[in-house]
Write a protein that binds this ligand. Structure first.
Ligand SMILES: Cc1ncc(COP(=O)(O)O)c(C=O)c1O
Length: 407
């Protein structure tokens, strides 16, 4: 049986979420229908929305259910960008280096097709945003900035961003801020309302939008949410029946929402003890890697409160992260490089290069992420398989980045 240590990619569904999903799928009724079957579906949906909202510190009406994290990020970034052009051109989009591709590809699309000007903000050696650089970029000409978008926690290296401080800066300059909290959800407290008030966010300025996804917290794939402040203005991506405040049209998936709500409640209820349990397992794993491969370098914020407890990210010098991944997979251990492989060609991690690391360090990246099903035996299995995989991957060295198709 595979030892699964890639919980940041997706984590197993909670059995309770599966049971609730199956049960809710037997309910017939479109929640927009007037008849009692429709109203029963609507009751289930709105109850689920309330339960999801309670794990995010927002009002139920602020939860816009989407088809996942990628859609939520697209809705926030494109929607805020378009809405901000209504009274004057505001081409600038401020984004730190090392974001998830849901954001990178969206802002690059806005640049190519909508006249946006993307400004990439520097991060430090742990991947943390420079608040000074954000302040300076906002101060330059605040009215020309459409939005700021940043990760709450980095999905590759686990570093937690100072979201409340960034929101306070955005609020001071009257600019809306979106945070991609997909990798943070279930690991750190996400209190939308508390961050809004502590950062002085009001109206469409400061923290106005936050993205999450169910399959990262033990819920199903294919549903997520954008928490969207009542006072935020976004132009919808999808037009149709006007569901969900006209922001996201389309018949809502009641069963998926119910399963999402169950997973959200469970992961929130277990969050603190799980963080403690996973910190201990991670420390054991990190110490074990240091013992077996002393040249391995630990990435991301090394301090306990500065990172997600479930994430351990390494650079293995002199070998390709993808080779390690394949060799570990053959040994029955599923991990990740964290970064996408472009058309089968291993690429250096853009997160590590953004943190100022060498191409060699960035190519030898390996991400090990723990979750609710992880046991000490899983960590031991990884540690047992690592030395042979490292030795073999080191012998293979770096792959030639040209393909046989290259001219
Ligand atoms: C930080 C981050 N944002 C967005 C996404 C996309 O979420 P989804 O898979 O629900 O589309 C992911 C998933 O890997 C992620 O880690």
């Amino acid at each position: 049986m595979t030892v699964y240590l890639d919980h940041a990619a997706t984590t197993p569904l909670f059995p309770e979420a599966i049971a609730a999903y199956a049960q809710a799928m037997t309910v017939v009724g479109n929640p927009s229908s007037i008849h009692s079957a429709g109203q029963e579906a609507k009751r289930l949906l709105e109850e689920a929305r309330e339960r999801i909202a309670s794990t995010l510190g927002c009002d139920p009406i602020e939860v816009v259910l989407t088809g996942g994290g990628t859609e939520a990020v697209n809705l926030a970034v494109k929607g805020l960008y378009w809405a901000r052009q209504s009274d004057r051109p505001r081409p600038r989009v401020l984004v730190p280096l090392g974001e998830h591709h849901a954001t990178i590809d969206t802002v690059e699309w806005l640049e190519r097709t909508e006249g946006a000007v993307v400004e990439w903000l520097p991060v430090d050696e742990h991947g943390r945003i420079s608040l000074e650089a954000l302040d300076a970029a906002l101060a330059e000409d605040p009215a020309s900035v459409a939005l700021v978008s940043l990760l709450w926690a980095n999905n590759e290296v686990g570093t937690i961003q100072p979201v409340a401080d960034a929101a306070a800066l955005a609020a001071r300059y009257g600019v809306p801020l979106h945070t991609d909290a997909v990798a943070a959800y279930g690991h750190v407290p996400l209190d939308f309302g508390a961050v809004r008030s502590s950062s002085g966010s009001v109206g469409n300025a400061g923290l106005v939008a936050l993205s999450v996804s169910a399959h990262k917290i033990g819920g199903p794939v294919g549903i997520g949410a954008l928490v969207l402040s009542r006072s935020a203005s976004v132009t919808p991506l999808i037009h149709g029946g006007g569901q969900q405040r006209q922001v996201r049209s389309g018949t809502q998936d009641v069963a998926a929402a119910v399963a999402f709500a169950v997973a959200a409640e469970l992961s929130e209820a277990h969050r603190e003890p799980e963080a403690e349990r996973l910190t201990a397992l991670r420390e054991h794993l990190v110490a074990g890697v240091a013992e077996r491969v002393p040249s391995a370098r630990l990435n991301g914020d090394p301090t306990p409160g500065g990172r997600i407890a479930a994430n351990a990210h390494f650079s293995f010098p002199g070998c390709e992260g993808d080779s390690l991944l394949f060799l570990l997979d053959v040994a029955g251990v599923a991990v990740s490089t964290g970064s996408a492989c472009q058309a089968g060609i291993p690429e250096p991690s853009h997160v590590l290069t953004g943190m100022g690391r060498s191409e060699e360090d960035s190519r030898g990246a390996l991400r090990v992420t723990l979750g609710h099903t992880t046991t000490e035996a899983d960590v031991e299995a990884f540690l047992a398989a690592l030395p042979a995989a490292f030795e073999q991957a080191s012998r293979a060295g770096f792959a030639d980045r040209t393909t046989s198709f290259a001219s």
